[in-house]
Design a protein around this ligand. Structure first.
Ligand code: NDP
Length: 266
């Protein structure tokens, strides 16, 4: 990534969960551009290997490959991460980005909805972080310098309004993102002695499949409430994550970084 003379160069391999679509796809692209090998984790989208091939074609000096893995399953996640190290080389960072939402009024939410949202957004993030930390720590290096970035959300801090006096009904999503922020702080505290840094990036509204499903009137209302008056493009979220993965961020851990167009000013 290059902006106003500030260049972030990354080495090794970085794993991106949910790296085939939306914000994750932008992360995968930005990482390849910054010189990292990229392992794209996806759950079921059939076009994920094509996404990896497209990025690979553009950046021939790095290796980019898609790996199918459901991050709600720890053993499968650990096995996949070990396979990634064999195929793409030493992993230096992880972006735990896979996430899902269920939009329903609270009275209609089910136990299954809870399992779905918390299963990916909290347990899936924990499984991903635990798998890579296990690999790093068991390698027995006293100073592994690993960096884990988790995609949280500004909605950990605010309940979004769908329209005046009408909340956007996704309380499991909001609370899962609050949970994952605290999870990140706990892991940062626990793994600091191993030189593993853990931070969260909290985007505001971003143009992806997740927000495409909102009715146009709701989207317009929400964009109007953002000080910058628009939703972000996925690539606008990548700079902060790249910084956190880089050596320039060697003293940054346990933090949360908003990339929200100023939304939380209000
Ligand atoms: P998308 O809905 O576009 O993509 C979700 C990604 O997660 C897909 O790649 C999907 O894989 C993957 N995924 C879902 N479940 C699993 C699983 N169990 N195992 C492995 N991969 C899985 O998401 P966005 O790009 O919109 O969001 C990315 C992250 O950013 C999420 O954590 C989201 O909560 C967060 N966020 C999004 C905002 C937005 O406005 N869009 C705002 C703030 C935060 P597959 O394609 O195979 O299904």
């Amino acid at each position: 990534m290059s902006s106003a003379g500030f260049v972030i160069k990354l080495g090794g391999c970085v794993i991106v969960t949910g790296g085939n679509r939306g914000i994750g796809r932008a992360f995968s692209y930005a990482l390849a551009k910054a010189g990292a090998n990229v392992a794209i984790i996806y759950r079921s989208s059939p076009n994920a290997p094509d996404v990896a091939d497209q990025i690979q074609k553009e950046f021939k000096d790095v290796k980019v490959k898609a790996f199918k893995c459901d991050v709600t399953d720890f053993e499968n996640t650990l096995k996949t991460f070990k396979e990634i190290e064999k195929e793409l080389g030493r992993v230096s960072g992880l972006i735990a980005n896979a996430g899902v939402s269920v939009v329903k009024p609270a009275l209609d939410l089910s136990t299954e909805d809870f399992r779905s949202v918390f299963g990916v957004n909290v347990l899936g993030v924990f499984n991903s972080a635990r798998a890579i930390a296990k690999i790093w720590i068991e390698r027995g290096e006293s100073n592994c310098q690993g960096s884990i970035v988790i995609t949280a959300s500004m909605s950990a801090q605010i309940i979004n309004q769908a329209a005046p006096n009408r909340p956007l009904t996704q309380v499991f999503y909001n609370s899962s993102k609050a949970a994952v922020r605290t999870l990140a702080k706990g892991l940062a505290a626990e793994w600091a002695k191993n030189h593993i840094r853990v931070n969260t990036v909290s985007p505001g509204y971003v143009k992806t499949d997740q927000t495409k499903e909102l009715e146009r009137s709701i989207r317009d209302h929400q964009a109007d409430n953002v000080p910058l008056k628009r939703f972000a493009e996925p690539h606008e979220i990548t700079g902060q994550a790249l910084l956190l993965l880089s050596e320039q961020a060697s003293y940054m851990t346990g933090g949360d970084y908003l990339v929200d167009g100023g939304q939380l000013i209000w």
